[in-house]
Design a protein around this ligand. Structure first.
Ligand code: FE2
Ligand code: FE2
Length: 212
């Protein structure tokens, strides 16, 4: 096994962060879920609303990526590292898909993305230091909350924005699978106050990324 120096690790992480923030990460190569979905006419107002919602989802994927990278740095993840790396690759698909849809809707990414990346990276690294069962539990809870959030956004999107809906449907399926993977890998259920705090934090992201 190759040994990485502290400097190697730092350069690797900086490269990863930049690729995430510039939407040029390593991906699985799956097809864009909206490829064969019709582009129905949206009013300017519907387009703006859909763009705002997709910006929130893109910011969420920046966060998810940082969470997985922070965890990978400090957690042991014996026997489950490959599974977690695959989940992180799928988050990159989500990142690229939501960025593409944002462009189609002529909208923009959240200005706060570097901030979400830094905060989530620190959280992932911290929970990884506390122990694998907690860091995997944290990932599982995050993914469950994301599934819940995606359901809400699927309802909120204009009904004729079938392209955005197709993307969120595929993401929802993946996130649910990520939650199960993290639980099967040994993740434990988090105490209720922690879950509540996570909900509050995700509301901060959701509310601010909608506008910024
Ligand atoms: Fe995701
Ligand atoms: Fe996920």
């Amino acid at each position: 096994m190759r040994h990485y120096s502290l400097l190697d690790k730092f350069i690797n992480q900086a490269d990863y962060a930049l690729r995430t923030l510039l939407d040029t990460p390593r991906i699985t190569g799956r097809t864009y879920p909206a490829t064969h979905v019709g582009d129905h006419l949206l009013t300017e107002q519907e387009k703006r609303h859909a763009g705002n919602l997709m910006r929130v989802n893109h910011a969420g994927e920046v966060s998810a990526q940082a969470l997985y990278q922070g965890q990978a740095l400090t957690a042991r993840l014996d026997n489950v590292r490959a599974n977690m790396e695959h989940a992180a690759l799928e988050e990159n698909d989500h990142l690229v898909w939501t960025a593409k849809r944002l462009k189609e809707l002529r909208s923009h990414k959240s200005l706060l993305n570097p901030f979400w990346y830094a905060g989530s990276f620190a959280t992932g690294a911290l929970t990884g230091m506390i122990g694998d069962k907690w860091s995997l539990g944290f990932v599982a809870e995050t993914e469950f909350q994301v599934v819940h959030h995606l359901d809400h956004h699927i309802q909120q999107l204009p009904a004729n924005d079938a392209r955005s809906i197709a993307i969120l449907q595929q993401m929802k399926q993946d996130e649910s699978h990520h939650a199960t993977t993290a639980l099967k890998a040994g993740g434990t259920s988090l105490p209720l106050p922690v879950k509540r705090l996570m909900t509050v934090m995700s509301k901060v992201l959701t509310a601010s990324a909608y506008y910024l």
